[in-house]
Design a protein around this ligand. Structure first.
Ligand SMILES: *[C@@H]1O[C@H](CO)[C@@H](O)[C@H](O)[C@H]1NC(C)=O
Ligand SMILES: *[C@@H]1O[C@H](CO)[C@@H](O)[C@H](O)[C@H]1NC(C)=O
Ligand SMILES: *[C@@H]1O[C@H](CO)[C@@H](O)[C@H](O)[C@H]1NC(C)=O
Ligand SMILES: *[C@@H]1O[C@H](CO)[C@@H](O)[C@H](O)[C@H]1NC(C)=O
Ligand SMILES: *[C@@H]1O[C@H](CO)[C@@H](O)[C@H](O)[C@H]1NC(C)=O
Ligand SMILES: *[C@@H]1O[C@H](CO)[C@@H](O)[C@H](O)[C@H]1NC(C)=O
Length: 666
């Protein structure tokens, strides 16, 4: 029973497999809409894929693939040599560049090709190319130009025994509808159909190309008279040859119809196998393009981000809610940056204990001075800004007007009116500059006194300057003295905590009680003004370190001159005696009075003004220290010299700079 079944089974298999064989053999005609059942002889890397697609070559380089009809076709000259064939092919590029030889339909006496080279489309080699003994007719579909065969790019050619085409033309088709030729890209991955018709009577070979769904064009691409009997032998094989070059591409045949005894039937396009999805390197190519795009976009974003970030960083400010009420006084850092040409060193007009001062020009052409104060603490900033702004409302011809402020991280910028002549100390001490005559000096002293009086009494609250000195007196266009930096010392006062008290001021201008208690009063301002008067009159700094020992402290030296009855010796030698003696004596004696060690003994600024204006007579000043009191106690010296670590001072000793003294608390 089992054997019967087995032999029945065997019979069935034999029967089924013999059908296409018989059909093709008898008729010399066949049609394959897909190659699943095809009777083909394959070699090289050609293979029939599971879906019936004939793959002649894949993406391997320098490979050949052949697919020939198994059986020879009778091309006997006794009968007609006419034949007709058409097939659908696809050339799928796999690389960024096109390339890789092509496909040829061939009529050949042999279906096996040995010693063949890939650049000869899998049909010839160097030694037999061009020999009439080849008996090969080929229609080549060649996407690349090969100079050795004198051909052109993307062309269809008729080859007889030789890869140098008898005739060739760029890939194109005649559109029956549009009545014109339309060019085609062979290696586009799009399936196309090729018709090859030979008529024995006309001895004409027609080759017609068209996209897959386009009906056969009325006009062939190539039409060439050929005497086929000169080429073919009686028994010939028909099929395809394809090869890949250094740049590989996939070559496919989707369907094929051949007829030796009439017009080849049209292929059923709908039944043809589909091409594999365009993946592999094509996908890779898209991935590569995307990757490039993403990298470029990310880079662009990063650059824009960085530019934006640095621009923001460059002009970054600190702005808090409470500042909204000072809106009109708030300058943007950007505007200051532009006004001072980016805080160029060339624009620096002063450098003191609080920081550098830059000249700037606003877009309105208004000249400003910008003081950059480094200040890390956020503590007390609110109060300080409030105070600074309210002081900005102080209007007096001997005060430098504060226009506004700006805050950045660790930095406070104060904007003032620009004073063209700079600070007084530069006139007093700088060699080479024209020095000031007595009239100007006396005028400046009276102006500063009036400004200070205004601070002390002319405002709804008492404003203590805390840092009167020649360096803080600026000269306007008319050489009037104007006080600047008032209230700035408070910035450091706000840095208080329970442990330490930070006192700001300048050595030589600080009253003893200020260094002791750290408490600034109008009398400590008067003390500093006294030192300032002596400075202007004598042209010496309150503490002259380079001078001889007895001249170390100006006030002591002036008092010594006074007690010796030679007070005019203390006048500035640069004046060369050109001064009003009474005024000089008045200034020196008033300077001494204001420098009295006892705050209560000092006049207030209103009195000082009266003395300077001659509206009141100076009280008698004793000329012995026993009755007047000493100016400099040993304690002052201790403070000045023995505890240098307890205060911070500008690195330039020639500038009597602002110092901050840390006094241990508790
Ligand atoms: C191409 O086909 C050959 C033979 O089938 C195979 O060995 C090779 O791996 C294939 N190459 C690619 C890139 O698919
Ligand atoms: C080819 O066909 C001719 C005539 O039809 C015949 O005489 C010849 O024997 C055939 N040749 C082969 C190889 O079948
Ligand atoms: C060239 O091809 C022919 C035909 O296949 C073959 O007989 C011959 O040996 C080949 N020559 C070389 C040099 O490979
Ligand atoms: C070939 O094309 C020409 C037109 O160029 C046409 O007259 C001829 O009939 C065609 N021959 C075949 C066999 O298709
Ligand atoms: C075609 O070639 C054959 C064989 O070489 C020859 O006998 C015949 O005369 C040729 N026909 C034409 C039209 O050239
Ligand atoms: C071949 O041509 C004949 C005659 O026109 C036709 O009857 C037959 O169907 C064709 N066969 C194929 C496979 O094209």
């Amino acid at each position: 029973m089992a054997t019967v079944l087995r032999s029945l089974h065997l019979l069935m298999i034999l029967y089924i497999s013999s059908i296409p064989l018989n059909f093709a053999q008898d008729e010399s005609q066949f049609i394959y809409n897909g190659f699943s059942q095809a009777n083909l002889y394959l070699d090289g890397i050609a293979e029939i894929l599971p879906n019936g697609l004939l793959q002649l070559t894949n993406s391997s380089n320098q490979k050949l693939g052949h697919a020939f009809y198994q059986l020879p076709i009778n091309f006997s000259t006794i009968s007609s040599l006419s034949f007709s064939t058409n097939f659908v092919f696809a050339m799928v590029p796999q690389e960024l560049e096109h390339g890789g030889h092509g496909i040829a339909f061939a009529i050949s006496p042999s279906r096996s090709f040995n010693g063949i080279e890939s650049q000869y489309l899998g049909l010839f080699n160097r030694s037999n190319n061009g020999l009439t003994s080849n008996h090969i007719l080929a229609i080549e579909l060649d996407p690349v130009k090969s100079p050795e065969f004198e051909d052109i790019d993307n062309h269809v050619g008729i080859d007889v025994n030789d890869l140098r085409s008898l005739e060739s033309a760029p890939a194109a088709y005649y559109s029956n509808e549009e009545r014109r030729d339309i060019s085609l890209e062979l290696i586009s991955g799009n399936p196309m159909q090729l018709w090859i018709d030979y008529d024995e009577v006309e001895k004409l070979l027609n080759v017609t190309l068209a996209p897959i769904r386009t009906p056969k064009p009325n006009w062939p691409l190539l039409s060439r008279p050929i005497n086929l009997s000169e080429i073919v032998l009686e028994s010939m094989y028909v099929g395809f040859s394809a090869s890949t070059g250094t740049v590989a591409s996939d070559h496919y045949i989707l369907g094929w119809s051949f007829n030796k005894s009439g017009q080849a039937q049209s292929l059923d396009i709908s039944r043809l196998p589909t091409l594999p999805p365009r993946r592999k390197r094509n996908e890779k190519r898209i991935v590569v393009i995307w990757a490039h795009l993403i990298v470029v976009v990310v880079l662009l974003l990063m650059i824009t981000g960085a530019v934006y970030y640095f621009r923001r960083k460059k002009y970054e400010e600190v702005r808090e809610d409470w500042e909204s009420e000072y809106g009109t006084h708030r300058f943007s850092y950007k505007s200051l940056y532009k006004a001072t040409k980016g805080f160029k060193a060339k624009e620096i007009i002063g450098e003191g204990g609080f920081g550098k001062v830059y000249r700037g020009t606003l877009p309105s052409n208004e000249q400003i001075a910008v003081k950059r104060v480094s200040h890390d603490s956020q503590q007390g900033m609110k109060e300080f800004v409030a105070e600074i702004i309210s002081m900005g409302r102080l209007r007096h011809r001997n005060l430098v007007r504060l226009l506004g402020y700006c805050r950045r991280k660790g930095e406070l910028l104060l904007i003032y009116d620009y004073m063209p002549h700079g600070s007084l100390d530069r006139f007093l001490y700088s060699n080479g500059r024209r020095h000031l005559n007595w009239l100007q000096r006396f005028q400046i002293l009276k102006g500063v006194a009036s400004g200070l009086l205004y601070l002390h009494e002319g405002w709804e609250q008492i404003v203590i300057h805390r840092d009167i000195k020649a360096g803080n007196v600026l000269l306007d266009a008319e050489m009037n003295g104007r006080l600047s930096d008032f209230g700035l010392a408070r910035l450091y006062d706000h840095d208080t905590n329970s442990q330490t008290t930070l006192v700001a001021g300048t050595v030589g201008y600080m009253a003893l009680e200020l260094t002791r208690t750290g408490r600034a009063t109008t009398y400590t301002d008067v003390y500093a003004f006294g030192a300032f008067m002596l400075e202007v009159a004598s042209g010496r700094r309150p503490i002259e370190r380079m001078a001889m020992a007895e001249e170390l402290v100006l006030v002591d030296w002036v008092f010594e001159c006074w007690s010796k009855g030679t007070i005019l010796r203390a006048s500035d030698p640069r004046l060369e005696g050109n001064y009003v003696v009474e005024e000089m004596v008045l200034v020196l004696k008033l300077g001494l009075l204001c420098s009295h060690v006892n705050p209560a003994a000092r006049p207030n600024m209103r009195r000082v003004m009266q003395f300077l204006n001659g509206d009141a007579d100076l009280p008698n000043i004793p000329n012995d220290s026993a009755s007047f009191g000493t100016f400099t106690s040993s304690e002052t010296f201790d403070f000045l010299w023995s505890t240098p670590s307890s205060f911070v001072q500008s690195s330039d000793p020639s500038m009597s700079s602002t110092v901050s003294i840390l006094k241990g608390g508790g």
